[in-house]
Design a protein around this ligand. Structure first.
Ligand SMILES: [Zn+2]
Length: 188
């Protein structure tokens, strides 16, 4: 249909059809809203404390997904490993990382965070020091620093994170694949 004929068809079309010309909305498809200044979605409708919780859920979900071998960006296979610090947000000499083989994205975590989110460590903390579970993970020293970490061996790689309370200790050893290979709890 030529431009002139198209114009004629639109102009002569019944009113209901003409409304379709601009803009046409597909049923069930959300149209982009006009750009305006607003907080990110994670902060929308949440109190500051709810936002902190939402951020922690997001971070934990992302790391657990990577740990289970699924890239949180493209669903490609993830490879566990370690690297020197590439950001200064973690005060650790070695970082735990997961690299996507498909899209090259990297999820950065720490051995302390992986330990903190381990079921047996959470059970230990429930019993001996719940305060570490009541704060966000970035307020836990084990997660953000290597003050409670020990490089036990380079080859084969073994890295230890310790949670010590007044009357007990939980010690977690990781291997090069970021798997927990030993976990011990000692009570005094
Ligand atoms: Zn990916």
């Amino acid at each position: 249909m030529s431009g002139g004929l198209l114009r004629l068809w639109i102009c002569s079309a019944p009113r209901r059809v003409r409304r379709w010309s601009v803009p046409y909305r597909l049923p069930g498809v959300r149209q982009p809203r006009p750009q305006r200044r607003r907080p990110p979605s994670a902060a929308t409708g949440r109190t500051p404390s709810e936002f902190v919780t939402a951020y922690e859920v997001w971070a934990r979900t992302r790391v657990e997904q990577a740990k289970n071998g699924l890239c949180p960006v493209c669903n490609g296979p993830m490879e566990p490993g370690r690297s020197n610090p590439i950001r200064d947000t973690l005060d650790t000499a070695i970082q735990a990382v997961f690299d996507c083989n498909a899209c090259d994205r990297r999820v950065v975590s720490s051995f302390g965070t992986l330990a903190l989110w381990h079921g047996a460590v959470e059970s230990f903390l429930h019993e001996h020091d719940e305060s570490l579970l009541e704060r966000p993970y970035w307020a836990v020293e084990q997660a953000m620093t290597d003050r409670h970490a020990t490089l036990v061996a380079e080859e084969p790689f073994r890295y230890r994170i310790a949670f010590r309370t007044a009357d007990a200790a939980c010690v977690v050893d990781f291997d090069a694949d970021l798997e927990v290979v030993e976990l011990s709890v000692e009570s005094e």
